[in-house]
Write a protein that binds this ligand. Sequence first.
Ligand code: GLP
Length: 258
Amino acid sequence: MDVVIAPADEIGEIVADDIAALIADRPDAVLGLATGSSPLRIYDAVARRVADGRLSLAHARGFMLDEYVGLPVGHPCRYSTVIDQDFVSRVDLAPDAVRGPDGDAADLGAACDAYEQAIREAGGVDLQILGIGTDGHIAFNEPGSSLASRTRVKTLTEQTRHDNARFFGDDVDAVPHHCLTQGLGTIMDARRIVLVATGTSKAEAVSHLVEGAVSARWPATVLQHHRRVTVFVDEDAAAQLELVDYYRHVRAHRHLVS
Ligand code: GLP
């Protein structure tokens, strides 16, 4: 696990560089897209590159991590609407190039299975972007999630519903109780993972993620078992890391071959 401590804007540029390098190598690469505020600077940096002609996502594809249950297509808080606003509409991805699990399907179990199959048929995710919840969730894999889980229905914690109420006009009652989410096992199948966390509210979750014991209590810790994961944190989110000096030292003495 690589840990990079940098200001949020710099994180956006570094990850956009990685995406550009991936697309140069493989124009039809599959991106794993997270919603939420954490990836916004990445999406801004990628959109700037597309706008000025340095990068094209015309052949790329994308899969979202999760979706609320019960929000119809077009609902402003449905994650498919949000990712469209935050990213898809700002770049040159082909129509329908980005898919998400259908949280408004009549048969949610079948929608989960179909989503797993669609990811498999696309050849899997090349680069997965992740944020992290204050309770240590990735996607919507709340504490107690099986470390081997696949896409399924989950019940949100009250903490997550409160955290996300800001997207629902601060009305926690409007936040659904259920979601469809890629499982931890699904996420772990991605060939490369970058996780972004900023702000003091993420510091505890980040300390567990990077330095804690692997446990379903802090689901993001499963990433310690992934061979190619980079955790990008700003100073605030890094505040509870014990080995912070070492992470800075590693970056200052980066091995150019690795
Ligand atoms: C939500 C999403 C996650 C996201 C997390 C953190 O619950 N399902 O994918 O990583 O919240 O969100 P934010 O980046 O807004 O802090």
